[in-house]
Write a protein that binds this ligand. Sequence first.
Ligand code: MN9
Length: 295
Amino acid sequence: MNEKFKGIFPALLTPFDGQDRVDTEVLGRLVDYNLQKGVDGFYVAGSTAEVFLLDAKERLAVMEAVSSRAGGKCTLIAHIGCISTKQAIEYAREAKEMGYDAISSVAPFYYKFSFEEIRRYYFDIVDAVDLPMLIYNFPAFSGVNLTTDNIREFLADDRFLGVKHTSSDFYALEQFKAGFPDKVVYNGYDEMFLAGLSMGADGGIGSTFNFMAEKYIEIRRLFQENDMSAAQALQREVNTILRALVEVGVMQGEKAIMEGLGFPLGQARSPFVPLSGAQKEKLLRLTLPTLQTAV
Ligand code: MN9
Protein backbone atom coordinates (compact mmCIF):
# COMPACT_ATOMS: atom_id res chain seq x y z
CA MET A 1 0.00 0.00 0.00
CA ASN A 2 2.86 2.34 0.73
CA GLU A 3 4.82 1.26 -2.37
CA LYS A 4 4.05 4.48 -4.20
CA PHE A 5 5.81 6.45 -1.48
CA LYS A 6 9.15 4.71 -1.92
CA GLY A 7 12.01 6.19 -3.90
CA ILE A 8 13.37 9.55 -4.93
CA PHE A 9 11.40 12.69 -4.09
CA PRO A 10 12.92 16.09 -4.88
CA ALA A 11 12.01 18.73 -2.28
CA LEU A 12 11.16 21.32 -4.91
CA LEU A 13 12.79 24.75 -4.94
CA THR A 14 10.60 27.82 -5.42
CA PRO A 15 11.50 29.87 -8.50
CA PHE A 16 11.18 33.65 -8.16
CA ASP A 17 11.06 36.05 -11.09
CA GLY A 18 13.01 39.32 -11.38
CA GLN A 19 10.44 41.07 -9.15
CA ASP A 20 10.69 38.42 -6.41
CA ARG A 21 7.30 36.92 -7.34
CA VAL A 22 6.72 33.16 -7.32
CA ASP A 23 7.17 31.96 -10.90
CA THR A 24 4.74 29.07 -11.31
CA GLU A 25 5.57 28.69 -14.98
CA VAL A 26 9.23 27.90 -14.23
CA LEU A 27 8.11 25.67 -11.34
CA GLY A 28 6.08 23.65 -13.83
CA ARG A 29 9.17 23.23 -16.00
CA LEU A 30 11.23 22.14 -12.99
CA VAL A 31 8.57 19.48 -12.33
CA ASP A 32 8.69 18.23 -15.95
CA TYR A 33 12.50 18.20 -15.95
CA ASN A 34 12.48 15.93 -12.90
CA LEU A 35 9.65 13.72 -14.14
CA GLN A 36 11.70 13.07 -17.27
CA LYS A 37 14.54 11.84 -15.08
CA GLY A 38 12.21 9.31 -13.48
CA VAL A 39 11.68 10.64 -9.97
CA ASP A 40 9.00 8.87 -7.93
CA GLY A 41 7.31 11.96 -6.59
CA PHE A 42 7.75 15.44 -5.15
CA TYR A 43 7.86 16.99 -1.71
CA VAL A 44 6.16 20.37 -2.07
CA ALA A 45 6.39 23.55 0.00
CA GLY A 46 9.03 22.30 2.41
CA SER A 47 12.23 23.88 3.73
CA THR A 48 13.85 23.85 0.29
CA ALA A 49 10.85 25.75 -1.10
CA GLU A 50 11.72 28.59 1.34
CA VAL A 51 8.23 27.93 2.69
CA PHE A 52 8.55 30.11 5.76
CA LEU A 53 9.44 33.05 3.52
CA LEU A 54 6.24 32.67 1.47
CA ASP A 55 2.88 34.20 2.32
CA ALA A 56 -0.24 32.01 2.39
CA LYS A 57 -1.29 32.89 -1.15
CA GLU A 58 2.13 32.09 -2.53
CA ARG A 59 2.27 28.83 -0.64
CA LEU A 60 -1.05 27.72 -2.09
CA ALA A 61 0.03 28.85 -5.56
CA VAL A 62 3.11 26.62 -5.28
CA MET A 63 1.00 23.65 -4.15
CA GLU A 64 -1.49 24.23 -6.95
CA ALA A 65 1.17 24.64 -9.67
CA VAL A 66 2.78 21.31 -8.76
CA SER A 67 -0.46 19.35 -8.40
CA SER A 68 -1.84 20.61 -11.69
CA ARG A 69 1.43 19.75 -13.49
CA ALA A 70 2.29 16.44 -11.87
CA GLY A 71 -1.02 15.13 -10.50
CA GLY A 72 -1.63 11.56 -11.69
CA LYS A 73 1.96 11.26 -12.94
CA CYS A 74 3.76 10.63 -9.65
CA THR A 75 3.22 10.72 -5.88
CA LEU A 76 2.77 14.14 -4.30
CA ILE A 77 3.39 15.12 -0.69
CA ALA A 78 2.48 18.61 0.53
CA HIS A 79 4.32 20.05 3.49
CA ILE A 80 1.57 21.88 5.37
CA GLY A 81 3.53 22.63 8.53
CA CYS A 82 3.49 25.92 10.39
CA ILE A 83 3.31 26.71 14.06
CA SER A 84 -0.45 27.26 14.19
CA THR A 85 -2.60 24.13 14.25
CA LYS A 86 -5.50 26.03 12.71
CA GLN A 87 -3.45 27.30 9.79
CA ALA A 88 -1.84 23.88 9.24
CA ILE A 89 -5.31 22.31 9.03
CA GLU A 90 -6.32 24.89 6.44
CA TYR A 91 -3.28 24.05 4.29
CA ALA A 92 -4.00 20.33 4.77
CA ARG A 93 -7.58 20.81 3.56
CA GLU A 94 -6.28 22.62 0.49
CA ALA A 95 -3.83 19.79 -0.14
CA LYS A 96 -6.66 17.27 0.02
CA GLU A 97 -8.71 19.39 -2.36
CA MET A 98 -5.80 19.57 -4.82
CA GLY A 99 -5.42 15.79 -4.86
CA TYR A 100 -2.20 15.37 -2.87
CA ASP A 101 -1.39 11.81 -1.77
CA ALA A 102 -0.09 12.78 1.65
CA ILE A 103 0.67 15.69 3.92
CA SER A 104 3.75 16.32 5.99
CA SER A 105 4.64 18.68 8.79
CA VAL A 106 7.64 19.84 10.71
CA ALA A 107 6.98 19.96 14.46
CA PRO A 108 5.63 23.33 15.64
CA PHE A 109 8.65 25.38 16.67
CA TYR A 110 9.73 28.69 18.25
CA TYR A 111 7.63 28.57 21.46
CA LYS A 112 9.27 25.43 22.79
CA PHE A 113 6.00 23.53 22.83
CA SER A 114 5.87 20.50 25.10
CA PHE A 115 5.64 17.04 23.56
CA GLU A 116 2.00 16.91 24.62
CA GLU A 117 1.35 20.08 22.61
CA ILE A 118 3.24 18.74 19.63
CA ARG A 119 1.36 15.45 19.88
CA ARG A 120 -1.95 17.30 19.84
CA TYR A 121 -0.87 19.42 16.88
CA TYR A 122 -0.29 16.31 14.74
CA PHE A 123 -3.38 14.45 15.96
CA ASP A 124 -5.62 17.48 15.47
CA ILE A 125 -4.46 17.65 11.86
CA VAL A 126 -5.03 13.96 11.12
CA ASP A 127 -8.41 14.11 12.90
CA ALA A 128 -9.44 17.01 10.68
CA VAL A 129 -8.14 15.91 7.28
CA ASP A 130 -8.22 12.47 5.73
CA LEU A 131 -4.70 12.23 4.27
CA PRO A 132 -1.73 10.20 5.55
CA MET A 133 0.72 12.29 7.59
CA LEU A 134 4.49 12.14 7.18
CA ILE A 135 6.35 13.43 10.23
CA TYR A 136 9.14 15.80 9.18
CA ASN A 137 11.89 15.35 11.72
CA PHE A 138 14.49 18.10 11.30
CA PRO A 139 15.89 18.95 14.75
CA ALA A 140 18.80 21.05 13.43
CA PHE A 141 16.46 23.62 11.85
CA SER A 142 13.26 23.28 13.88
CA GLY A 143 15.04 23.16 17.24
CA VAL A 144 12.53 20.46 18.23
CA ASN A 145 14.13 17.24 19.40
CA LEU A 146 11.61 14.41 19.24
CA THR A 147 12.85 11.18 20.77
CA THR A 148 12.64 7.87 18.98
CA ASP A 149 9.83 6.89 21.33
CA ASN A 150 7.97 10.15 20.61
CA ILE A 151 8.07 9.42 16.90
CA ARG A 152 7.14 5.79 17.39
CA GLU A 153 4.03 6.98 19.19
CA PHE A 154 2.87 8.61 15.96
CA LEU A 155 3.87 5.65 13.80
CA ALA A 156 1.70 3.36 15.91
CA ASP A 157 -1.37 5.17 14.54
CA ASP A 158 -2.65 4.09 11.10
CA ARG A 159 -3.01 7.62 9.87
CA PHE A 160 0.73 8.30 10.03
CA LEU A 161 2.57 7.36 6.86
CA GLY A 162 6.12 7.51 8.20
CA VAL A 163 9.02 9.88 8.82
CA LYS A 164 11.20 12.16 6.76
CA HIS A 165 14.31 11.90 8.88
CA THR A 166 16.69 14.82 8.41
CA SER A 167 19.13 13.81 11.07
CA SER A 168 22.36 11.86 11.20
CA ASP A 169 20.94 9.62 13.94
CA PHE A 170 20.76 6.52 11.82
CA TYR A 171 20.08 4.33 14.83
CA ALA A 172 16.80 6.21 15.25
CA LEU A 173 16.05 5.70 11.55
CA GLU A 174 16.70 1.98 11.91
CA GLN A 175 14.47 1.82 14.98
CA PHE A 176 11.53 3.36 13.09
CA LYS A 177 11.77 0.65 10.45
CA ALA A 178 12.40 -2.10 12.99
CA GLY A 179 9.27 -1.20 14.94
CA PHE A 180 7.12 -0.38 11.92
CA PRO A 181 8.37 -2.15 8.79
CA ASP A 182 5.35 -1.06 6.74
CA LYS A 183 5.85 2.65 7.40
CA VAL A 184 7.87 4.77 5.00
CA VAL A 185 11.14 6.28 6.15
CA TYR A 186 12.92 8.85 4.00
CA ASN A 187 16.50 9.87 4.40
CA GLY A 188 16.77 13.67 4.71
CA TYR A 189 20.45 14.62 4.43
CA ASP A 190 21.48 14.04 0.84
CA GLU A 191 25.16 13.82 1.80
CA MET A 192 24.32 10.67 3.82
CA PHE A 193 21.80 9.13 1.43
CA LEU A 194 23.60 5.82 1.10
CA ALA A 195 24.01 5.57 4.88
CA GLY A 196 20.25 6.07 5.27
CA LEU A 197 19.52 3.34 2.72
CA SER A 198 21.85 0.94 4.50
CA MET A 199 19.94 1.45 7.76
CA GLY A 200 16.57 0.82 6.12
CA ALA A 201 15.37 4.04 4.46
CA ASP A 202 12.86 3.47 1.65
CA GLY A 203 14.17 6.43 -0.30
CA GLY A 204 15.01 10.05 0.13
CA ILE A 205 13.49 13.50 0.08
CA GLY A 206 16.21 15.95 -0.79
CA SER A 207 16.87 19.42 -1.99
CA THR A 208 19.83 18.55 -4.21
CA PHE A 209 17.55 16.11 -6.02
CA ASN A 210 16.25 19.19 -7.88
CA PHE A 211 19.31 19.22 -10.11
CA MET A 212 20.87 15.74 -9.80
CA ALA A 213 18.02 13.30 -9.19
CA GLU A 214 19.61 10.87 -11.64
CA LYS A 215 22.57 10.36 -9.29
CA TYR A 216 20.35 9.41 -6.34
CA ILE A 217 18.20 7.15 -8.52
CA GLU A 218 21.43 5.41 -9.51
CA ILE A 219 22.80 5.18 -5.94
CA ARG A 220 19.56 3.53 -4.88
CA ARG A 221 19.64 1.12 -7.81
CA LEU A 222 23.26 0.16 -7.08
CA PHE A 223 22.43 -0.34 -3.42
CA GLN A 224 19.49 -2.58 -4.28
CA GLU A 225 21.76 -4.62 -6.54
CA ASN A 226 24.32 -4.96 -3.75
CA ASP A 227 26.96 -3.05 -5.67
CA MET A 228 28.15 -1.14 -2.63
CA SER A 229 31.48 -0.02 -4.02
CA ALA A 230 29.86 1.63 -7.05
CA ALA A 231 27.18 3.16 -4.80
CA GLN A 232 29.88 4.56 -2.51
CA ALA A 233 31.82 5.97 -5.43
CA LEU A 234 28.72 7.80 -6.63
CA GLN A 235 27.89 9.10 -3.13
CA ARG A 236 31.44 10.41 -2.99
CA GLU A 237 30.98 12.22 -6.29
CA VAL A 238 27.69 13.69 -5.05
CA ASN A 239 29.41 14.82 -1.86
CA THR A 240 32.02 16.87 -3.71
CA ILE A 241 29.04 18.86 -5.00
CA LEU A 242 27.37 19.02 -1.58
CA ARG A 243 30.53 20.23 0.05
CA ALA A 244 30.81 23.19 -2.30
CA LEU A 245 27.08 23.87 -1.97
CA VAL A 246 26.79 23.79 1.80
CA GLU A 247 29.71 26.22 2.04
CA VAL A 248 27.70 28.99 0.28
CA GLY A 249 24.20 28.12 1.55
CA VAL A 250 21.90 25.43 0.19
CA MET A 251 19.08 27.37 -1.50
CA GLN A 252 21.27 30.20 -2.81
CA GLY A 253 23.78 27.68 -4.11
CA GLU A 254 21.19 25.43 -5.71
CA LYS A 255 19.64 28.33 -7.52
CA ALA A 256 23.07 29.35 -8.83
CA ILE A 257 23.78 25.78 -9.98
CA MET A 258 20.40 25.53 -11.73
CA GLU A 259 21.15 28.80 -13.49
CA GLY A 260 24.55 27.43 -14.50
CA LEU A 261 22.78 24.41 -15.97
CA GLY A 262 20.58 26.68 -18.07
CA PHE A 263 17.57 26.74 -15.75
CA PRO A 264 17.30 30.09 -13.95
CA LEU A 265 15.16 30.06 -10.80
CA GLY A 266 15.99 33.57 -9.58
CA GLN A 267 17.45 34.42 -6.18
CA ALA A 268 16.68 32.98 -2.78
CA ARG A 269 14.42 35.36 -0.91
CA SER A 270 15.64 37.94 1.56
CA PRO A 271 16.98 37.74 4.26
CA PHE A 272 19.03 35.21 2.28
CA VAL A 273 21.78 37.22 0.64
CA PRO A 274 22.63 36.59 -3.03
CA LEU A 275 25.96 34.92 -3.70
CA SER A 276 28.83 37.17 -4.72
CA GLY A 277 30.27 36.80 -8.22
CA ALA A 278 33.33 35.07 -6.78
CA GLN A 279 31.24 32.61 -4.74
CA LYS A 280 29.15 31.76 -7.79
CA GLU A 281 32.18 31.32 -10.00
CA LYS A 282 33.85 28.97 -7.50
CA LEU A 283 30.65 26.98 -6.92
CA LEU A 284 30.04 26.46 -10.62
CA ARG A 285 33.67 25.56 -11.23
CA LEU A 286 33.50 22.87 -8.54
CA THR A 287 30.11 21.45 -9.45
CA LEU A 288 29.13 21.87 -13.10
CA PRO A 289 31.66 19.44 -14.62
CA THR A 290 29.90 16.47 -12.99
CA LEU A 291 26.33 17.65 -13.66
CA GLN A 292 23.99 17.17 -16.61
CA THR A 293 22.85 20.33 -18.38
CA ALA A 294 19.19 21.06 -17.89
CA VAL A 295 17.85 21.68 -21.36
O1 MN9 B 1 15.55 17.82 4.22
C1 MN9 B 1 17.21 18.98 2.93
N1 MN9 B 1 17.26 20.07 3.84
C2 MN9 B 1 17.05 21.34 3.47
C3 MN9 B 1 16.40 17.85 3.45
O2 MN9 B 1 16.84 21.68 2.36
C4 MN9 B 1 17.11 22.41 4.49
C5 MN9 B 1 18.53 18.36 2.51
O3 MN9 B 1 18.36 17.93 1.20
C6 MN9 B 1 19.71 19.30 2.62
O4 MN9 B 1 19.44 20.49 1.93
C7 MN9 B 1 20.99 18.74 2.01
C8 MN9 B 1 22.18 19.66 2.28
O5 MN9 B 1 22.54 19.64 3.63
O6 MN9 B 1 21.22 17.47 2.51
